[in-house]
Write a protein that binds this ligand. Structure first.
Ligand code: ADP
Length: 262
């Protein structure tokens, strides 16, 4: 993967502009700085390797050289949607785009709400959405995506809190080129984006949820956690769980770690 191969693969997609790096700290950091400057809608930062890739709450996201997709898309949101809903729906939009691309290769993706894509119950991709504000206005949304394509992108088990896999491992054969998988994700993202304010997006996202109808534990910041049956999504993309007292509990998008109960 290099700047030329990317430009060639992406030539049919209407992107803002592209910045490619052989190695970078974090594509989201570069995208946030570019977004605070003059980046156009759908500009993309992509790197072959990240040395300081981030998950939520500054957890580390591993992107070893030559093996994974790591990129950040810059969105200039329209003023049409409430900001909180727009953010959580953008996470769903991104997750669905990765899931759709996995489907294309005959894989069976599931979305571990809110931000991870699982294959065979193992994490294959993660999404990190961050924002740039100017006063009370949301100026830009940066959607970072990391996808384990080749098996060498999967971190060693001892650094993980949740099992991980790659497209190559799950296909059991040579995976698509990274440029090809990126093109699939971006095409899906651009078409799903048309539906960001609709029930269609929420329904498709809900259909794709991992652990639906199963017992889960949602650990929200600090010590609190909710245990119960995963029911589905609210219209803003929040998660609905039925707790032990048979009450519906809404888990808002934020720092939540979802796990199946044993
Ligand atoms: P979670 O949603 O599981 O709480 P995050 O979305 O914040 O986690 O992602 C960061 C976590 O993902 C890290 O703490 C690490 O355990 C795991 N991780 C890091 N790199 C990878 C990778 N390439 N593939 C799968 N999992 C990873």
């Amino acid at each position: 993967m290099n700047e030329n191969s990317l430009k060639k693969a992406l030539s049919t997609i209407n992107l803002g502009a592209l910045r490619y790096f052989d190695s970078i700290g974090s594509t989201n950091d570069e995208a946030l700085a570019w977004a605070a400057d003059d980046a156009k809608d759908l500009s993309i930062v992509i790197a072959d390797e990240q040395t300081e890739g981030r998950g939520r709450l500054n957890r580390k996201w591993f992107t070893p050289k030559g093996s994974a997709l790591a990129f950040s898309l810059i969105l200039r949101p329209s003023a049409r949607f409430a900001q909180r809903a727009h953010l959580s729906r953008t996470v769903g939009l991104a997750a669905l785009s990765v899931a759709d691309s996995c489907l294309k290769y005959g894989l069976a993706p599931r979305i571990k709400w809110p931000n991870d894509i699982l294959l065979n119950g193992k994490k294959t991709a993660g999404i990190l959405v961050e924002t740039v504000w100017s006063g009370a206005d949301m100026d830009a949304i940066v959607v970072g995506m990391g996808v384990n394509i080749n098996k060498t992108s999967v971190p060693p088990a001892d650094v993980l809190q949740f099992p991980a896999t790659s497209i190559e491992d799950e296909l059991g054969r040579q995976p698509p080129e990274r440029e090809e998988f990126l093109t699939d994700i971006l095409n899906a993202f651009i078409s799903w984006r048309e539906h960001i304010g609709t029930e269609k997006l929420i329904n498709a996202w809900e259909e794709m949820l991992a652990f639906r109808g199963e017992q889960v534990q949602a650990q929200t910041g600090g010590e609190t956690s909710v245990i119960g049956e995963l029911l589905g999504l609210e219209s803003d993309g929040s998660l609905r769980i039925r707790n032990a007292e048979d009450k519906s509990v809404i888990i808002r998008f934020g720092d939540v770690s979802l796990r199946p109960t044993a």
